[in-house]
Design a protein around this ligand. Structure first.
Ligand code: SF4
Length: 240
């Protein structure tokens, strides 16, 4: 038996709400545990150790069986999220799923590289900007890109303010060949255990308009600016 995966939640099908695969039907597998603690994390139920008791240790076969149950047995895009899914042993899940026709996209901050990144269909690297309170280890980040090899890799950066925006420009300069997605941050993330917490939609939309304005004013035509569609549709509600 392989090491179990710590699973916070498996849900769907729904649509991917952000980034390069926005709008695509998918089942989410959210793993528990993260080596970061971002100031505005919107998934604290999968990060905070107080919620560790809710993270189920599951074998890859059991995870895949649940994904198949949810998708009606039809192959679907599986989105590996967290927490930081890179700290979980996901290689056997991806290998088994791909033989059954499932596709796998994973989002990680890029702090831990794994050789199984090369088996993904897409790697979304989401380095955290200054407003997160976290720092990026660019050596580890580069190792993640190297591990992905020929796999399609994209950058996604959450932007809350001008300092984040300028930082995103620097990151784009560092990795000019990677598609880059900018996303206005949600400054009203749910406290863990309260997914009914109100979202400041007007505030997020104002940040989106500001972000579009900054990109256009700078002639930064290589960037793609997208809102979090699931937040627009469902607020902070989990499992959708
Ligand atoms: S890396 Fe992601 S999951 Fe981890 S604390 Fe930051 S926002 Fe939350």
């Amino acid at each position: 038996m392989s090491h179990p995966i710590r699973v916070s939640e498996i849900f769907g099908p729904t649509i991917q709400g952000e980034g390069a695969l926005i709008g695509q039907p998918t089942v989410f597998v959210r793993t528990g545990g993260c080596d970061y603690r971002c100031a505005w994390c919107d998934s604290l139920h999968a990060v905070d150790a107080d919620y560790r008791h809710t993270w189920a240790p599951m074998q890859a076969e059991a995870v895949l069986a649940e994904v198949a149950r949810l998708s009606g047995g039809r192959p679907i895009l599986v989105t590996l999220s967290g927490g930081n899914p890179a700290i979980q042993p996901l290689g056997p899940l991806i290998e088994a799923g791909r033989t059954q026709g499932y596709r796998f996209a994973m989002e990680t901050q890029g702090s831990v590289a794994r050789d199984w990144f090369a088996d993904l269909d897409m790697l979304v690297l989401s380095p955290k900007p200054p407003s997160s309170g976290m720092g990026v280890d660019w050596v580890a980040f580069g190792a993640c890109l190297s591990a992905a090899g020929e796999v399609r890799a994209v950058l996604k950066i959450v932007v809350f303010d001008e300092a984040d925006y300028q930082w995103a420009r620097e990151v784009a300069g560092r990795y000019p060949s990677l598609p880059l997605y900018l996303q206005p941050g949600n400054h009203t993330p749910p406290p863990p255990g309260d997914d009914a917490a109100a979202v400041d939609h007007a505030g997020i939309e104002a940040r989106m308009r500001w972000l579009v304005g900054r990109v256009v004013a700078d002639g930064w035509y290589g960037a793609t600016v997208l809102p979090q569609l699931h937040v627009t549709l469902w607020g902070n509600t989990r499992g959708v």
